[in-house]
Design a protein around this ligand. Structure first.
Ligand SMILES: [Fe+2]
Length: 255
């Protein structure tokens, strides 16, 4: 049986997520941006959390760690490379680590770029992945601690997940990402249609997440380094995939 998921906004544009295994009754929290909305989600669902899965050390992803640990006596899992910066961490993970949520297997994928130790969590049986600030809907995270080729390799790993994989991200940044994406890939009809859908959803204050790997592959310029039309538009027909990615990231930083 697939996991059940509750997604909600924390702070201003962070997503909080609860992941519930209906077989064992266990629940994981993906990052802990803010205590009150997480407590409200726990109350709404009736799912008692046993675990926090931390993706990276930024304050807007770990701020409620200690308060939630104190309240629920839960276990905090996070990347080995950032353990010194993650409050209350009990268990560290790296590429290939497996975490269990009841019967559900959670694979750890190292996805450095936004931070040097960022990890994503993939649930192959439920076909869901939590990519936090590595892969966004129509975007990718800013490169605070790594050079572009590092993020390119991380995104390549996520792009290789099955197309139907449902993706939950760390932030509701999709509208700004869409407005940028159409400047890089103006001839893509799937992107144009998606951008219009996103404008409408945000006008209604509705979330644009989750997405899927398949949808990102066809519309997210940060996964479309190989696309001949984008390369031509950038004047980079002969560049490497990593160079095309770096140029798109640079343009977004200055957008
Ligand atoms: Fe972050």
């Amino acid at each position: 049986m697939a996991v059940e998921i509750e997604q909600f906004i924390c702070r201003t544009d962070n997503f909080g997520v609860l992941v519930h295994d209906p077989v064992s009754g266990q629940t994981a929290i993906i990052d802990a941006p803010e205590e009150a909305p997480i407590l409200a989600a726990i109350k709404r669902t009736g799912w008692a959390p046993t675990l926090i899965l931390t993706t990276h050390h930024h304050a807007d992803h770990v701020e409620a760690n200690l308060a939630l640990k104190e309240r629920f006596k839960l276990r905090i899992v996070g990347p080995e490379a950032e353990k010194a910066k993650i409050p209350g961490i009990d268990e560290t993970v790296k590429q290939g680590s497996v975490v269990r949520l009841g019967e559900e297997r959670i694979d750890v994928i190292e996805t450095p770029g936004h931070t040097a130790g960022h990890v994503s969590y993939h649930l192959p049986a439920s076909k869901v992945a939590f990519t936090a600030d590595t892969l966004f809907a129509l975007g990718c995270g800013r490169l605070f601690e790594c050079k572009p080729p590092v993020m390119y390799e991380s995104l390549k790993k996520l792009a290789a997940l099955p197309a139907q994989t449902v993706i939950y991200c760390g932030h509701e940044y999709t509208l700004a990402n869409a407005r940028f994406a159409v400047t890089v890939d103006p001839g893509n009809p799937a992107l144009k249609q998606r951008a219009a859908r996103i404008e409408a959803l945000r006008a209604d204050n509705k979330p644009t997440l989750p997405t899927t790997i398949g949808e990102e592959l066809s519309t997210n310029p940060f996964l479309r380094w190989h696309d001949p039309t984008i390369r031509k538009h950038l004047g980079m027909e002969k560049a490497s995939d990593a160079e095309v990615f770096a140029e798109i990231r640079k343009r977004k930083d200055n957008f």
